[in-house]
Design a protein around this ligand. Sequence first.
Ligand SMILES: NC(=O)c1ccc[n+]([C@@H]2O[C@H](COP(=O)([O-])OP(=O)(O)OC[C@H]3O[C@@H](n4cnc5c(N)ncnc54)[C@H](OP(=O)(O)O)[C@@H]3O)[C@@H](O)[C@H]2O)c1
Length: 456
Amino acid sequence: MTEINSGGRSSKAYDVVIFGASGFTGKYVIREALKFLNAPNSPLKSLALAGRSPSRLSEALTWASAPNPPPQIPLLTADTSDGESLARLASQARIILDCVGPFRLYGQPVVAACVDSGCDYLDICGEPDFMERMEASYHDTAVENGSLVISACGFDSVPAEIGLLFHSKQWAGPSAPNRVEAYLSLESDKRIVGNFGTYESAVLGVANADKLVELRRSRPRRARPAIPGPAPPKGSIIEHEKQLGLWALRLPSADSVVVRRTQAALTENPHGLPGVNESVEHVKKREDFWSSAKPAHFGVKLGSKSLLGLFPVITLGVFLGLLSRSRVGRWLLLKFPSFFSLGWFRKKGPSEEEVASASFKMWFVGRGYSDSSLALQGDKKPDTEVVTRVMGPEIGYLTTPIVLLQCALVLLNERDNLPKGGVYTPGIVFGPTDLEKRLQENGISFDFISKKGLSS
Ligand SMILES: NC(=O)c1ccc[n+]([C@@H]2O[C@H](COP(=O)([O-])OP(=O)(O)OC[C@H]3O[C@@H](n4cnc5c(N)ncnc54)[C@H](OP(=O)(O)O)[C@@H]3O)[C@@H](O)[C@H]2O)c1
């Protein structure tokens, strides 16, 4: 492994290093990255893979390159328990794409190494407490050292973040949303299956929910956006959304937490975050973008065409609630993922066919006011409904790599227009960039569906 003592970004050996490339998601991230490596007009000119085992990295590269022979890509050895190996990695990379999870177990040393060396860090984490802990611990140093640290650059939580911004643009002029509910519908001709890594992250997340509450209590309160109208009632845990034809279950998803943090950041910085070396045109583009973004109360629900389709998730939720707090319970949950999730998660993950046949639709149903000043009239109910949709391929291993790669390409292309450094959510950094357009070009669509008046 060549070592490069690098200060500035341009002297880094690799544009992108995929860490955890031998993992289930990591190998799909390699496959996505190879599409852009040295492709015409692509800023991705050099790529390395990193992990604990060169032989597993090599196997993953062979899998990801098939049917072509694997290209010559450096394989770097690094382990999260070996700080020096991470420092070496960060000193060689412009951006590290971290796919080593659960992040609550393995993420912090990687963020520390990146922040220390001024390297940019993106991950596919869906664990709110890890994200908020990193923000609390590393934001100030990341700003100082010029390291951008952005978690949740996968299905968690970019479709929700960019989808909500797209939705908010449909509320033109004086109209404004009050609440937007995202209904996630997972579709497939085959079984819908997730890999053990995501399941383990969820088990540990529920087990440690108290720690997140403690962390939030210990931190200053974030600013709250001014949303027209009263906060809507939470509603029932299960509802039937007639116009979408979906039974829907309220999800304690990372998306709503990440969106709330983006809305807080925007309230604190109404023009968004200035770029490190931003052009005058870009300042205008960014300010215009944020001036037309409208915050809303936001929640996520899992939708299914039949009530029975929600049964595995409800069962898993009950088992997680009952068992994840005790050591024996966690052991059982982690030993028998397929049993406790009624087949939704498997130790070996989904087959390639199962991945290929799956897709998602995320419907954003927003209710609000045709004129935001109407919200000032005491008990005036929302009189307008807007529906938009984000749609794409399988969430964990197709959409997540697409999103992660496109975020990395935005960083490589537009670094001067982005903040010098800091720990941020994807929405506040990528909102005004061309990320939405890039996602559209890569199979994730954003569509306006309808706008109508509501009878009071
Ligand atoms: N945002 C999303 O929508 C989304 C989608 C998919 C996955 N994820 C998240 O991504 C994470 C990974 O999931 P997965 O299913 O890919 O898991 P996985 O198959 O278990 O992969 C984990 C990877 O981490 C590596 N690793 C583990 N311990 C390490 C250590 N101490 N040092 C260095 N590398 C280490 C493993 O390397 P070895 O090969 O050496 O074991 C492997 O490459 C999970 O947290 C999951 O929740 C999120």
